[in-house]
Design a protein around this ligand. Structure first.
Ligand code: ZN
Length: 215
């Protein structure tokens, strides 16, 4: 089942929403405009219809449709959510508290995992070198909370366990896999650079693998 945020994103086009505020011009597969958030004479504000995101190369602001509405209206996330829900025709129901606590728990386990991977990367100078060779600066590593999942079947599970998370919770969060034959759990992500993906509230929604480390 889609969350209200996902449902709204699926129904609304970021290009249309932004065009309600500023005039966009087609630029290849993207759209561009003078940035509404900083003064400029040449357009460095881009909107990607395929990725449903916007980004300004002048002031480095960017994000999804929620972020745009928050920035331009000066809204917080719940206000932007209500506004866009109305526009998308998505009903915001009061959530069942047990569902909400389940979802919070999944956020917590993802957040803990992101932190564990960040810490693991700090202990891997070789991976740092690898990232630098690919022009990922130390600043970017910190800003995007890039981490590393070591080559191990239970590195994450063990570290999560010390923080009070169970293996079945890690599995529900997509971080571990249950072995049908042996009945145990093992880490889904091994020997990979990790990027946490944050939702509109700045919470870590899920942790995605991005690339295998090439030796
Ligand atoms: Zn800008």
């Amino acid at each position: 089942m889609l969350s209200p945020v996902e449902e709204i994103k699926a129904r609304l086009d970021v290009v249309e929403v932004i065009q309600g505020y500023i005039r966009l011009h087609k630029a290849g597969i993207n759209y561009k405009a003078n940035c509404p958030f900083h003064g400029e004479k040449t357009a460095s504000f881009f909107v990607s219809p395929t990725r449903q995101i916007w980004h300004c190369f002048g002031c480095a602001r960017g994000g999804d449709v929620f972020k745009f509405v928050m920035e331009i209206e000066g809204n917080d996330f719940p206000e932007a959510l209500r506004m866009l829900a109305g526009r998308a025709g998505v009903e915001l129901k009061r959530e069942d508290p047990s569902l909400r606590s389940e979802r919070n728990r999944l956020y917590e386990v993802n957040e803990a995992a992101a932190h564990i991977f960040e810490e693991a990367l700090k202990k891997m100078p070789g991976v740092h070198d690898y990232l630098e060779k690919r022009r990922v600066s130390p600043d970017t590593i910190v800003k995007f909370r890039i981490g590393f999942a070591p080559q191990s079947w239970e590195f994450l599970l063990k570290n999560l366990a010390t923080r009070g998370f169970r293996a079945d919770e890690a599995e529900r969060a997509g971080l571990a896999i249950r072995s049908e034959q042996k009945g145990g759990y093992y880490d889904r992500f091994r020997s990979r650079i990790m990027f946490p993906i944050a939702d509109g509230n700045g919470r870590t929604g899920r942790v995605l693998n991005s690339l295998f480390l090439v030796e």
